[in-house]
Design a protein around this ligand. Structure first.
Ligand code: SAM
Length: 345
């Protein structure tokens, strides 16, 4: 009953429709900012229901725009809603909602990529990591070019229990381009399995809860949209630093159609590549001929644990970057070539 609210809880009074708000405040979507608005309040209610019970919750909405999802959250029995919006054109419309919901809506004109939500809600909401999730939720329909970097940043925050996760295992309900939503939730062996699947699933329970057809947005985007719910796990499935896991996962998936040993090999300098890749795979007990999409999170755990041991034994290894070695070799080759030419003159 989250979005429709229980009897006796707050409900917004009658207000102009979102379409009327857009007209009233001349809020044409800015194409360069990838703004696509949801006007159908049944859909925004559905997104908010997927966040779970919001009774007495503190909610952080990212990118409220004309306020469709904002209205659904305000009707869900929450204690307080904090919205962060970058585009100042939306502030008067949001202020109208704030006036209609006294004491419930806090509006910040700012950027979600830098906003520090860990200072925004009462300390008393904090829970131990192992406890049930705190009554703090993140909800948002952001442009796709913001939602992907933001989820990577938040996954790193999950691993360090900081940012929005300073409150505990804060749940998130966010929209993504449908293909990205599918990748985030993809199981081992599926075609959509990717870097994002492993990075999200080693830290969170990830559910692609439903898909919104592109035609539900104004203006209509080129693609459909997936709504994804994340609950951080009490125990991450890989217990190594985020940057180390990211490096291993990125290397594996850079040659996604090849056997996994191909990408893993690039973790090591050329001179020892064959021998050290063999050792990594053997110690991790991973079949070198598995394709990247066939590797489970537990395969990645073994690979990361062994790679960590190898990095501890060789302090230069983690900083090694095969692209820099390639560039250096290319430059050396060009210099040798130039030398040969000058001698033959
Ligand atoms: N949530 C509204 C809806 O569903 O109709 C608007 C969705 S629109 C796709 C994305 C919104 O995020 C826009 O209002 C845009 O101005 C805002 N936005 C984009 N980048 C942002 C950022 N970095 N920080 C805060 N808001 C941002």
């Amino acid at each position: 009953m989250a979005a429709s609210g229980a009897i006796g809880t707050f409900r917004l009074p009658p207000l102009p429709t979102i379409r009327e708000i857009i007209k009233l405040f001349k809020l044409q979507a800015a194409k360069q900012l990838s703004q696509n608005f949801l006007l159908d309040l049944r859909l925004t209610d559905k997104i908010v229901r997927k966040a779970g019970s919001l009774t007495d919750a503190y909610v952080y909405e990212v990118g409220p725009g004309p306020g469709g999802i904002t209205r659904s959250i305000l009707n869900a029995g929450i204690a307080e809603l904090l919205v962060v919006e970058k585009d100042s054109r939306f502030l008067p419309g949001l202020q109208m909602l704030s006036d209609a919901a006294p004491g419930k809506l806090r509006i910040v004109h700012g950027d979600v990529l830098t906003f520090k939500v860990e200072r925004a809600f009462p300390e008393s909401l904090k829970r131990q990591w192992e406890d049930d999730p705190p009554n703090v939720h993140i909800i948002g329909n952001l442009p796709f070019n913001v939602s992907t970097p933001l989820i990577i940043k938040w996954l790193e925050n999950v691993s360090q229990r900081e940012g929005p996760f300073a409150y505990g295992r804060t749940q998130m309900t966010l929209t993504f381009q449908k293909e990205v939503a599918e990748r985030l939730a993809a199981n081992t062996g599926s075609k959509q399995r990717s870097r994002l699947s492993v990075m999200a699933q080693y830290l969170c329970r990830v559910q692609h809860v439903f898909t919104i057809p592109g035609r539900a947005f104004v203006p209509k985007p080129e693609v459909d949209v997936g709504v994804v719910h994340f609950t951080p796990l009490t125990q991450p499935k890989i217990e190594q630093p985020f940057k180390l896991v990211e490096k291993v996962v990125q290397h594996v998936f850079q040659f996604r159609r090849k056997y996994c040993h191909r990408g893993l090999g690039m973790l090591f300098p050329e001179a020892q590549r064959l021998e050290r890749t063999g050792r990594l795979l053997q110690w991790a007990d991973v079949d070198p001929t598995l394709r990247p999409c066939q590797l489970s999170v537990s395969h990645f755990k073994s690979l990361c644990d062994v790679y960590r041991r190898m990095c501890d034994e060789d302090p230069h290894l983690f900083a090694y970057n095969f692209r820099e070695e390639l560039k250096k070799n290319k430059r050396a080759g060009q210099e040798r070539e130039a030398d040969r030419e000058s001698h033959s003159l």
